[in-house]
Design a protein around this ligand. Structure first.
Ligand code: PLP
Length: 466
């Protein structure tokens, strides 16, 4: 054995204790370190030839890299839609690396059954029926990709061709209809060989990101019976708007389409009694995308993909190899998602659900929703700002009242303050900012700190040119 490895093995308990102490120190400082920082220029170091052992690597990391990292797991990181890491999910993540299971084949371990149990718990959490079967993927983009891959196979089934065998070209042009598709849908269609231009954006309700069901019905009518894919939204990224899922599902009585729902974070609305109605009809979808590194507060990377057509899923993703054996009635995960080998991704989710249960996670969701509403009220009371949409769930979308074009400067000022991190967008043609609440640590005191930062950062209007 290489002497450095040999030394580390001999000192493993002590080294892991030091690593644990380092993690505890980092977590204790999460609320105090700059929430985000503009990345500094870094010159890459040469590849170590001899290496410095774990202690040396830790010293180098702590000096060179860790200070530049964001407090992405902290309470005032409100950019994108970003969850943190509950204590139990962190422990689950540590054990994931420790046990280093590959759960995709059912030949050697009970790990795949832990994934099945976790998928069933999540299905119940979101009010889906047992006809929906889940598989773990790395994030909502891959969950959308997987759902749309199954949709693609379904289109083939309707036309009497197997896309898995003959390729996407066998389908001819494909129609994907959606009101406000997330950017990951275009990426997925590109990867699937269907092309980004397959997306046809359908009219939205006035002043909303939700699709106009009448407009969608008309668009489907114009396809004249050609099978299509509809991508519905349960929680849009800008304003957390929801399509009327039940009304959309009912359109299948008149038109042939696969209903895929991007519920990356919106599925969690099912945990709040006042918001659960937003997810009505989710169960009727043919495929559903839910991210777990967002509102379940497990560490990156984790999401789940549900579908009612596991047979088609296995047709797309099956990995035929003599050593894997036949597919069987309950295919191993190797046959269900893009990866052949991967980590035991379910374990952090299993830990957090086992530790806090439905009620613990419902409390996080309800608190985040209340905090978003509170920030919305504070912003509505600031003359410098204008809300661009009602706060429907956990996202606050707003802009500078008199100079929206300066949102970029405002974003940089907020980031430079180290107090909060919010991300930019364009909503209905207006440059805007979003604050998305999905971290289990966030409290009212954090909202007040963010509000104060916004007050301080409000830019004075530029001088009127003479
Ligand atoms: C609605 C929606 N879909 C898909 C995604 C993509 O998620 P990921 O970055 O985890 O792939 C996001 C991310 O914010 C999202 O909000």
């Amino acid at each position: 054995m290489h002497p450095r490895l040999d030394d580390d093995l001999a000192r493993l308990p002590e080294l892991l204790d030091e690593t644990r102490a380092q993690a505890v120190r980092l977590l204790a400082g999460l609320g105090d370190r700059p929430v985000a920082q503009a990345p500094a220029a870094h010159r890459s170091a040469p590849l170590p030839v001899d290496g410095s052992g774990l202690a040396g690597a830790m010293e180098t990391f702590t000096r060179r890299w860790e200070p530049g990292f964001s407090a992405g797991a902290g309470p005032r990181y409100l950019g994108f839609v970003t969850g943190g890491t509950t204590p139990a999910s962190l422990a689950g993540d540590w054990l994931t690396g420790t046990l280093d299971q590959n759960p995709t084949s059912g030949l050697d371990s009970s790990a795949p059954d832990l994934e099945r149990e976790t998928a069933a718990w999540l299905r119940e959490l979101f009010g889906l029926s047992p006809e929906h079967e889940g598989a773990f993927v790395s994030g909502a983009t891959m969950s959308n990709f997987t759902g749309l891959a199954i949709a693609r196979e379904w289109l083939g089934e309707r036309l009497g061709v197997s896309v898995a065998e003959r390729g996407a070209a066998a389908l001819g042009p494909v129609h994907v209809l959606s009101g406000s598709p997330h950017s990951s849908i275009g990426k997925a269609l590109s990867m699937l060989g269907l092309g980004r231009s397959a997306i046809r954006e359908v009219d939205r309700l006035p002043g909303r990101e939700a699709v106009d069901v009448g407009g969608l019905a008309a668009a489907l009518e114009s396809l004249d019976g050609t099978p299509a894919i509809v991508v519905a939204n349960a929680g849009t990224v800008n304003t957390a708007d929801f399509d009327d899922l039940r009304a959309l599902a009912a359109l299948r009585e008149r038109h042939p389409f696969w209903l895929h729902v991007d519920a990356a974070f919106g599925a969690f609305a099912a945990l709040s009694p006042e918001h659960a109605h937003l997810t009505d009809g989710l169960d009727e979808a043919d495929s559903v995308c839910v991210d777990l590194h967002k509102w379940l507060n497990v560490p990156y990377d984790s999401a789940i993909q549900f579908t009612r057509r596991r047979d088609l899923q296995a047709r797309v993703f099956q990995n035929s190899a003599a050593y894997l054996g036949p597919l069987g009635d309950d295919p191993d995960f190797v046959h269900l998602t893009p990866e052949n080998s991967r980590r035991l991704r379910a374990l952090p989710a299993w830990f957090t659900l086992a530790a806090y249960g439905r009620d613990g996670h419902a409390e996080i969701v309800r608190r985040n929703i209340a905090l978003a509403a509170r920030l919305g009220e504070r912003i509505a009371g600031m003359p410098a700002y204008r809300l661009l949409a009602p706060v429907r769930l956990n996202v606050v979308c707003f802009t500078l009242a008199s100079s929206p074009e300066r949102v970029g400067e405002l974003t940089s000022a907020i980031t430079a303050s180290g107090e909060a991190f919010l991300t930019r967008t364009v909503y209905d043609g207006v440059p805007a900012l979003r604050a998305a609440f999905s971290n289990w640590r966030t409290t009212e005191a954090d909202v007040e700190r963010v509000a104060k930062t916004l007050e301080r950062s409000a830019l004075v209007d530029p001088p009127v040119p003479s």
